[in-house]
Design a binder for this molecule. Structure first.
Ligand code: AP5
Length: 209
């Protein structure tokens, strides 16, 4: 299955994509995670991307398209994959059509006030990449899974989050109509519990298979 998860910052794309990828045995391809890895390794791409990410904007299309095209060509993506956070612009969507054809797009819908609360409380593990909300954690500094250290993303400041939301509405929301027109869009209510949302997505995917 070739899937894409779309939704505003904080909708839970990464949380759900990781769970669904494990359940279906397909890779979780997150452009945000790939970029953060480049930033962490201080590569030329990472240094360039960081400027856009910290400002709440999008990294240029050509960089992202080349990165995803290379990733989906690897053998582990042969049976399918989940694209988390790509495509985000019309140019990216057109480019994707040239190297892959999506079976389903899962649109995770969450009201804006919940998004801000979720993002401003997000903690990420530096070692295993797991994501938590501060309210789930007894110890705010240590990952309950691997004991790695938890950090707050540089782009999770409230001002940057507001900018990310407005960029999403302007540049990515129009893609939702595009995929609805192709008959592959599925809306998922993303404001309930994490387990319930995973089951709602799995129910949709059982129909798609
Ligand atoms: P990216 O990392 O993709 O950021 P994003 O799209 O803004 O999405 P988030 O990671 O903030 O949220 P999410 O929906 O994955 O939510 P999560 O599961 O973490 O991209 C970062 C940046 O990279 C972009 O701003 C851009 O600069 C650049 N970039 C990336 N892709 C690009 C592209 N294609 N083109 C150009 N630039 C690109 O959950 C959030 C929080 O909520 C967590 O704390 C989690 O524990 C909690 N949570 C999740 N689900 C629930 C729930 N059901 N109930 C309560 N809490 C929940």
């Amino acid at each position: 299955m070739k899937l894409m998860f779309v939704g505003p910052p904080g909708a839970g794309k990464g949380t759900q994509a990781a769970r669904i990828a494990t359940r279906y045995g397909i890779p979780h391809i997150s452009t945000g995670d790939m970029l953060r890895e480049e930033v962490k390794n201080e590569t030329p791409l990472g240094k360039e991307a960081k400027k856009y990410m910290d400002a709440g904007g999008y990294v240029p299309d050509e960089v992202i398209i080349a990165m995803v095209k290379e990733r989906v060509s690897r053998p582990d993506a042969g049976k399918g994959f989940i694209l988390d956070g790509f495509p985000r612009t019309d140019v990216q969507a057109q480019a994707l059509e040239e190297f892959a054809s999506l079976d389903a797009v899962l649109n995770i819908v969450v009201p804006d006030d919940k998004l801000i609360h979720r993002i401003c409380g997000r903690r990420v593990c530096r070692d295993c990449g797991a994501t938590y909300h501060e309210s789930m954690l007894e110890d705010q500094k240590t990952c309950p899974k691997c004991k790695g250290s938890l950090y707050i993303r540089d782009d999770d400041k409230e001002e940057t989050v507001k900018k990310r939301l407005s960029v999403y509405k302007e540049k990515t929301q129009p893609l939702i109509d595009y995929y609805a027109g192709k008959g592959i869009l599925h809306d998922i209510v993303g404001s309930g519990g994490i387990d319930d949302i995973t089951e709602a997505i799995a129910a949709v995917l059982d129909e798609v298979k």
